[in-house]
Design a protein around this ligand. Structure first.
Ligand SMILES: Cc1cc2nc3c(=O)[nH]c(=O)nc-3n(C[C@H](O)[C@H](O)[C@H](O)COP(=O)(O)OP(=O)(O)OC[C@H]3O[C@@H](n4cnc5c(N)ncnc54)[C@H](O)[C@@H]3O)c2cc1C
Length: 496
């Protein structure tokens, strides 16, 4: 490939925070609030004009998952605070039963309401925000990041922080700094597919519920009339055969997920998670371009399918689409510990555990059609602090979906409640470190865990009161085959 030499130039240093957080997704928002609240001068950089990452940009909904299948709440802290605030303002019904993926709870929310609440939370915590700004490079000396280079409408500038938390989802900062990473699956580099979310408005809820009752055989788990009536927010999964027929007849793109999956949001819209494209590397601009074009076409196809086939959608319309395609997986840093599938499924706790997760391992196999779930929320596992530390760096922490985990383990930790819990731990760690100015590996782990507990977070093997929400205890785990390959080793029935 032809190349040119870019001319060196002097650029201004515009900030010297204690902690710089890059990326404002679930991990970044929790990291920056936690860091600022723990006393560090904190700055948050985001490339878009609002914050929230997949919560708001790709419009991923609902948030999974705060509870294990026994109704025990295993993620609290800043993530729970966000939900409470959204509830208060009518932007979320709170945690409701999940009838789609055999998790105890799911948490639908309104992305527009979420955007404002997140800005308020940043302001209250006194996090310095810089929006419309892309992090493009780093300067590193002996494993220390000296500066982070940014680009925006004001030009090219530098920030010299003491600690950096990379919450870009793609581990951009770590990679720019030269950290080791694995893209997707270690064996062949394949990654989970991309999906463009969209929302449908104008749905007649009563007619939809009545259609669901008449056609419950088309839905996962064949829900009873009572279960459909009791759904505070409709969670709709099924119609696999009909979607497959439409794919065969050419009405739907052959790569579309072979089922209809949609969730009711607080103001009556439905969030649709159906489009899908394989072989997209979300850290490659050509691939992203291809995905934006093809998935937008899929949106229209799926919308027409839903309108034609499902009752209650006759007068509906597409409200909006995510402002970018949703990327499930790209780079995983190689950290001091690599979280594995066994550790997730066995509910492993760690001496340096800093956050809990319980979501099933949710993989849309890169070379397959079906979505495969393993686990289903019985095993509550911890994520060790070491998974956030890229090998060889002393002032860099990585939080969110790109922490050090195998492709399979990442299939569980990637959900948004878990990413918020990891982010909270990352921000708290960086603030504690900045009090002593020491290397990330010199952190006082018992102090970190105690601080997280004092913040209201949940950790395993600690004397904390366990809150059980009786309403969320999963009464039925059946994975009746509607979900391709659903295997739940902890369920009453085992489905191969
Ligand atoms: C299609 C799809 C469906 C999903 N379904 C669910 C679901 O139902 N429930 C659930 O809980 N989770 C779901 N997830 C997973 C979840 O949304 C993500 O794994 C999670 O949001 C990751 O959080 P994060 O903070 O690590 O990264 P992100 O949410 O990706 O946030 C990263 C942020 O960093 C910013 N950024 C990136 N690079 C730079 C840069 N160089 N400079 C400045 N800013 C930058 C981005 O703009 C973004 O705001 C889904 C994901 C996808 C894609």
């Amino acid at each position: 490939m032809r190349s040119i030499l870019e001319k060196q130039k002097e650029i201004p240093v515009i900030a010297t925070p204690d902690v710089l957080v890059v990326g404002s997704g679930p991990a970044g928002i929790a990291a920056s609030i936690a860091s600022a609240r723990t006393g560090a001068k904190t700055m948050l950089i985001e490339r878009y004009g609002f914050i929230g990452g997949n919560l708001t940009t790709s419009m991923v909904n609902p948030i999974f998952t705060f509870h294990d299948i026994n109704g025990r709440q295993i993620i609290k802290g800043i993530a729970e605070e966000l939900i409470l605030r959204m509830r208060e303002q009518g932007s979320s019904p709170g945690h409701v039963t999940d009838l789609t993926f055999d998790n105890a709870s799911m948490t639908p929310f309104d992305p527009e309401g979420c955007k404002v609440i997140l800005f308020n939370m940043m302001e209250e915590a006194k996090v310095q925000l810089l929006l419309h700004t892309l992090v493009v490079n780093t300067q590193v000396e002996k494993g220390r990041i000296l500066s982070v280079i940014i680009e925006n409408k004001s030009g090219r500038q530098a920030i010299c922080p003491r600690y950096v938390i990379d919450c870009s989802g793609d581990a951009d900062v770590a990679v720019q700094a030269g950290a080791e990473y694995v893209c997707g699956k270690k064996e062949d580099g394949s990654m989970q597919p991309a999906t463009l979310y969209f929302r449908i408005g104008g749905v007649n809820n009563a007619e939809l519920r009545s259609w669901m009752k008449k056609n419950s055989h088309l839905l996962k788990g064949n829900p009873t009339e009572e279960e459909i009536d009791n759904q505070k927010a409709i969670a709709f999964l099924g119609m696999n055969h009909l979607v497959n027929d439409a794919i065969q007849s050419g009405d739907l793109d052959k790569e579309i997920a072979p089922r209809i999956l949609m969730y009711e949001l607080p103001h009556g819209e439905f969030s649709i998670n159906c489009t899908r494209l394989q072989n997209i590397n979300g850290s490659n601009a050509d691939d992203l371009t291809k995905a934006e074009i093809r998935l937008r076409k899929q949106v229209i196809q799926v919308y027409h399918f839903i309108k034609k086939m499902i009752g209650g959608f006759e007068n509906s319309y597409v409200v909006d689409t995510g402002i970018q395609v949703g990327i499930r997986e790209t780079r995983h840093i190689v950290g001091d510990h690599i979280l594995t599938e066994e550790e997730v499924l066995n509910g492993t706790s760690f001496i340096d555990g800093i956050a809990c997760g319980t979501f099933a391992i949710d993989i849309h196999p890169p070379h397959g059609k079906e979505q495969i779930f393993t686990g289903s929320g019985k095993a509550v596992y911890e994520i060790p602090y070491r998974c956030m530390l890229p090998v060889g760096f002393h002032n860099l922490i990585v939080a969110g979906r790109s922490i050090s985990a195998t492709h399979t383990a990442a299939g569980s930790i990637r959900v948004m409640a878990t990413c918020m819990a990891i982010g909270q731990a990352a921000g708290t760690s960086a603030a504690i470190l900045s009090q002593k100015n020491c290397s990330t590996r010199e952190i006082d782990i018992p102090l970190l865990r105690k601080t997280l507990l004092n913040q209201g977070q949940y950790l395993l093997n600690e004397p904390i009161s366990e809150e059980i929400d009786e309403r969320l205890i999963l009464k039925r785990v059946d994975g009746n085959g509607e979900m391709g390959g659903h295997y739940n080793p902890f369920s009453i029935k085992k489905i191969k």
